[in-house]
Design a protein around this ligand. Structure first.
Ligand code: GRG
Length: 296
């Protein structure tokens, strides 16, 4: 069995190669600057966790990496747009991302907004290029991506986060923010991967439950690392939540309880995969364990 760090490296290589082919060339007209800005953030590094989950979900449902690859690229492209916009002065106002100066620091604020916009649009073009099968077609791939990343989930979660700054939040409100801004894109990743493999409704439901819990654990660990890690290890600034006056789970209940909650969410994610055969679910189980232990 392949260990997860090796699988992550192999996935990143395949996804980056495909992204290089799918995105407009960096000197493409009408604005080479815009295309350079888009490629700058896409190829700045990143763990490529969403593509990994997309490809491994496809495999768990009997599909292939090859068939799911455009979906994996769509997820990473959309994710990169959220990071560029999240770093803007009007949002988190950050200087460092993926170990490099943020997009607006290099290209200016206006161009960074446009690079994010263009990546968001390209993501849908990529989703429209996922091969159709007997159960799912382009309207399903595009529709699912739109549903989970629009105002009801991803962008809605970010709006809730923004509105919560500087005021106390309940654990319920924090969970709603995490489900929107983090878990929804992870859910889209597993769903598009599974759909590319013509999954059954039961497989789709199990994977969605897995992804929502994995997403909650992922954001809890992200918040814990924001307190306990360093910019050198994370490749992004730390202490951001406290600076922004954000009521995080850690701030509310403390690091130990936040870690315990991340373990509980991971256990729930793992349990959701009981409907899969052992051989089909091993990789997704190992990813859940790996993400719980991650240090960056
Ligand atoms: C629409 C403005 C706008 C933003 C989109 C998701 C989101 C809404 C904004 C926040 C971005 C963010 C920091 C979300 C939390 C999810 C998260 C922990 C992202 C970091 O993901 P990693 O660790 O990053 O996978 P890499 O760089 O490895 O890809």
């Amino acid at each position: 069995m392949t260990d997860i760090p090796t699988l992550i490296r192999a996935t990143a290589q395949k996804v980056e190669q495909r992204l290089a082919a799918l995105l407009p060339p960096q000197d493409a007209e009408p604005s080479a600057t815009l295309h350079r800005a888009m490629r700058y953030s896409i190829f700045a590094g990143g763990k490529r966790i969403r593509p990994l989950l997309c490809l491994e979900s496809a495999k768990a449902c009997g599909g292939s990496e090859h068939t799911a690859l455009n979906a994996a690229c769509a997820l990473e492209t959309l994710h990169t747009y959220t990071l560029i916009h999240d770093d803007l002065p009007c949002m988190d106002n950050d200087d460092l991302r993926r170990g490099k100066p943020t997009n607006h620091k290099v290209f200016g604020e206006g161009m960074a907004v446009l690079a994010g916009d263009a990546l968001l649009t390209e993501a849908f073009a990529m989703a429209a290029r996922v091969p159709e099968n007997e159960r799912y077609g382009v309207r399903d791939y595009v529709g699912e991506l739109a549903r989970l990343t629009g105002s009801l989930f991803l962008v809605g979660g970010q709006a809730l986060d923004l509105e919560g700054e500087g005021r106390p939040l309940s654990l319920r409100e924090i969970r709603a923010i995490h489900l929107g801004k983090t878990a929804a894109l992870i859910e889209a990743s597993v769903r598009l991967g599974a759909m590319s493999a013509a999954c059954s409704q039961q497989q789709l439901d199990s994977l969605s439950f897995y992804a929502r819990n994995l997403g909650l654990a992922f954001q809890l660990i992200d918040d814990i690392l924001d307190v306990t890690s360093s910019p050198e290890v994370l490749g992004k600034s730390i202490g951001k939540d406290e600076k922004a006056g954000k009521a995080t789970y850690c701030a509310l209940v403390g690091l130990e309880k936040a870690r315990a909650e991340a373990r509980t969410c991971t256990a729930q994610a793992r349990a959701a995969l009981n409907t899969f055969a052992e051989s089909a679910r091993t990789s997704l189980l190992n990813i859940a364990d790996y993400l719980l232990q991650r240090e960056f």
